[in-house]
Design a protein. Structure first.
Length: 277
């Protein structure tokens, strides 16, 4: 994924015009590569979450040198006049322009501290203040679940039963143990049964969910101290910005007249990387 993003960044950067007046970052075989090209590449990598640093600039410079060498070779072979090249340029140009529109919208719609605090307050009401660590055995039928309960009453170890019978491949090897999580992480039926238990207690009756029948045991619970605003401010800014950009793009998609839509996914927004995924 990282390599794909970098290739996209490089291609987009090389689509930038090289102006004679630009300060050169370096030259390859006497051909100057403008500083603006390196700066643009660093900026795009920053948008992928990397901090500007001498190490990043050095790595990007090395990539640009390699790309310039290959670019010159491609021109020698006349590849810059091929239909394939023109099609790729059009694709990268469209992508670069789309990214510019998004960046311009973000620039003209800054997120205020008040916006972030409002989002933080909203999240505070949604996040559970308690976490649970549980075990469960997932089986296909109520009869199987009742057999599990009967075996537990006979003294058989919960972990042993889970390893032998549970259909949950994610927890089976761990004896049915689930990681610490808030109750709202689980489907409602599971959550409601879990929160009624005391530490060490097994639910008296199997619980049916969309996944099958569960026998649930609460190992322990703990109070959770929510993070402070300053601790999550940066992550909040990223999420709020993304949500707002996506909402703006959805308006454009809804208002666009798209013809020849055969094969076009209705989940269009979730398949694009314009939002920086």
């Amino acid at each position: 994924m990282r390599k794909t993003l970098l290739c996209g960044v490089l291609a987009a950067v090389f689509a930038l015009p090289a102006l004679a007046a630009d300060k050169a970052a370096f030259s390859v075989n006497g051909v100057a590569v403008p500083q603006a090209r390196l700066d643009a590449m660093v900026q795009q990598m920053q948008q992928q979450g990397q901090a500007d640093s001498p190490q990043l600039r050095s790595a990007m410079r090395e990539q640009l040198v390699l790309m310039e060498i290959l670019r010159q070779e491609a021109i020698k072979r006349g590849m810059d006049k091929s239909a394939d090249f023109r099609a790729e340029v059009e694709t990268f140009t469209a992508r670069a322009l789309a990214n510019l529109v998004v960046r311009d919208w973000m620039r003209t719609h800054p997120i205020s501290d008040a916006d972030l605090r409002a989002e933080f307050a909203k999240l505070q009401t949604q996040v559970g203040r308690k976490e649970y660590r549980a075990r469960h055995v997932l089986v296909d039928s109520e009869a199987e679940a009742q057999t599990v309960l009967a075996d537990l009453k006979k003294g058989k170890a919960f972990a042993q039963i889970a390893q032998a019978q549970s259909k949950d491949t994610g927890s089976k090897a761990k004896g049915g143990e689930l990681d610490w999580a808030s109750a709202d992480t689980y489907v409602p039926e599971f959550s409601q049964a879990l929160t009624k238990l005391q530490a060490g207690q097994v639910a008296a009756a199997p619980v049916k969910t969309q996944f099958g029948w569960h026998v649930i045991k609460l190992i322990d619970s703990r109070e959770v101290t929510p993070p402070k605003f300053d601790e999550v401010k940066e992550q909040l800014a990223v999420q709020v910005r993304r949500d707002r950009v996506q909402a703006e793009i959805e308006k454009r998609v809804a208002g666009a007249k798209v013809e020849k839509t055969e094969g076009l996914s209705p989940d269009l927004l979730n398949k694009t990387d314009i939002l920086g995924e």
